[in-house]
Design a protein around this ligand. Structure first.
Ligand code: AP5
Length: 214
């Protein structure tokens, strides 16, 4: 199954991807995670990406397309994949289609998770992520026992640099301008599923399961 997760920042793409990995063991290709790791490692890619990410702007298409292309060509992606945070522009979506066509594959489902903007701002300013295992928490909906420590692995929990209210508002504006049109792009291909993301995580996942398992 080749799945694209669409939705505004904070809609719950990463949270649903965690559950999809647990259920089906599909590789999770998150451009945000790849870029954050590059920033943390101080690689040339990370140095280039950091300015865009801190401002809530998109990293240039050419850079991100190259990353995803090589990731899709790795052997584990042959059994299917979850793309999270990619594509984000028309150019990225077309490049993805070209790459998949060259591999003889297509997108089976594009799942768009919808959540009200005020809910998103509250969610993102209260998100914490584990630096070691990447588990995502919400101080509101799914708080860890200790707000600084991961329940799963004991790693340090941190707040993303781009989760301040001002940057979140800009990320939402960038989403509306550049990424929201992709909903129509995938609708026209007949693979779009729109889910109400303002429900408990497991309820949203029950719908994801229905889509993936048919
Ligand atoms: P990226 O990392 O992709 O961030 P994003 O798309 O802005 O999405 P988020 O990770 O913020 O949110 P999410 O939908 O995964 O929500 P989550 O599950 O964590 O991108 C970051 C930056 O990298 C971009 O701004 C850009 O600069 C760059 N970038 C990345 N990809 C790029 C690309 N393709 N092109 C160019 N640039 C790119 O949930 C959020 C919170 O809500 C959590 O606390 C969670 O616990 C909670 N939550 C989740 N679901 C629920 C629920 N159902 N009920 C209550 N709380 C919930």
């Amino acid at each position: 199954m080749n799945v694209v997760l669409l939705g505004a920042p904070g809609a719950g793409k990463g949270t649903q991807a965690e559950k999809m990995i647990e259920a089906w063991g599909l590789p999770h290709i998150s451009t945000g995670d790849i870029l954050r790791k590059a920033v943390a490692d101080g690689t040339p890619l990370g140095v280039q990406a950091k300015t865009y990410m801190d401002a809530g702007e998109l990293v240039p298409d050419l850079v991100v397309i190259g990353l995803v292309k090589s990731r899709l060509e790795e052997p584990d992606a042959e059994k299917g994949f979850i793309l999270d945070g990619f594509p984000r522009t028309g150019e990225q979506a077309e490049a993805l289609d070209r790459e998949l066509a060259s591999l003889g594959r297509t997108i089976d489902a594009a799942i768009s998770i919808d959540v009200d903007r005020d809910v998103i701002v509250k969610r993102l300013t209260s998100r914490r992520t584990c630096r070691s295992c990447g588990k995502i928490y919400s101080l509101l909906a799914d708080p860890p026992a200790d707000p600084a420590v991961c329940d799963v692995c004991g790693g340090e929990l941190y707040q993303r640099d781009d989760d301040t209210e001002a940057t979140v508002r800009n990320r939402l504006a960038v989403y509306d301008r550049s990424t929201a049109p992709l909903v129509d792009y995938y609708r026209s291909k007949g693979v779009l599923h729109v889910l109400d993301g303002d429900r408990p995580v497991d309820e949203v996942f029950a719908d994801v399961r229905r889509i993936v398992e048919g």
